[in-house]
Write a protein that binds this ligand. Structure first.
Ligand code: CA
Length: 220
């Protein structure tokens, strides 16, 4: 899942990034409202964390502009402590959830998980297909024999995305839009390499290739 983190407090950004990465997010960071508005409009994200107090353009304005342009990804706003009106204004402007600063990272992760789940129409955090299970909360993958499978960041994100979309054929482009981070070369051809590595670990039939269309989970 690809996440846009909009926050100008760099110490907060640096403290959040490792936890978010560990939770399986590919992170793009913007430290001002103008870059944030542009990125959210031009690129694909599965969720956004949006601080409201931003240089350049206030977070509330960023959110309003996105929604006016039908940019629909789930947005969690970060508000100042006790500023109840910010929460109301944010929700009215199209935010899906909010957290007041200061917050516990664990609560942020739980709320994000819920937003992503809702986006993909999933009811719980335990994904399973053909004996393979993926626990979103623990970021743990086990194979049909119950053995824990170690995956790299991108491998995990690809598997997570495929398992969140069990009935869909996903193109290489779509996959690459949801798994790469800012510093990574967004090359959709490399996706094939990762898919083959996943097949080596989970079984050849676990992921099917649909010629000219992309990938989907194999028959269960
Ligand atoms: Ca701020």
């Amino acid at each position: 899942m690809r996440l846009l983190l909009v926050e100008d407090d760099l110490s907060l950004v640096n403290s959040l990034k490792p936890a978010l990465k560990k939770a399986g997010y590919a992170i793009e960071h913007a430290d001002n409202g103008i870059d944030a508005e542009f990125l959210g409009r031009e690129e694909v994200f599965d969720a956004v964390i949006l601080d409201l107090g931003l240089p350049g353009l206030p977070g509330l304005e960023v959110l309003k502009r996105w929604r006016e342009q039908s940019v629909n990804m789930p947005v969690l706003i970060l508000t100042a402590r006790d500023a109840w009106h910010e929460k109301v204004d944010g929700l009215k402007a199209g935010a899906d959830d909010y957290l007041s600063k200061p917050f516990h990272t664990e609560e942020l992760l739980a709320r994000l998980e819920a937003l992503v789940r809702r986006k993909f129409g999933r009811a719980d955090n335990h994904l399973s297909h053909a004996g393979v299970t993926l626990d979103v909360h623990k970021q743990a993958v086990t194979n049909a024999l119950g053995k824990v499978i170690e995956l790299t960041g991108i491998e995990y994100r690809i598997l997570y995305y495929l398992m969140m979309n069990p009935d869909k054929v996903i193109s290489k482009t779509e996959l690459s839009e949801h798994v790469y981070e800012e510093e990574q070369l967004k090359d959709s051809n490399v996706i094939e390499v990762y898919i083959n590595r996943l097949r080596q670990r989970l079984g050849k039939e676990f992921i099917e290739t649909r010629r000219g269309q992309g990938y989907c989970l194999g028959e269960a």
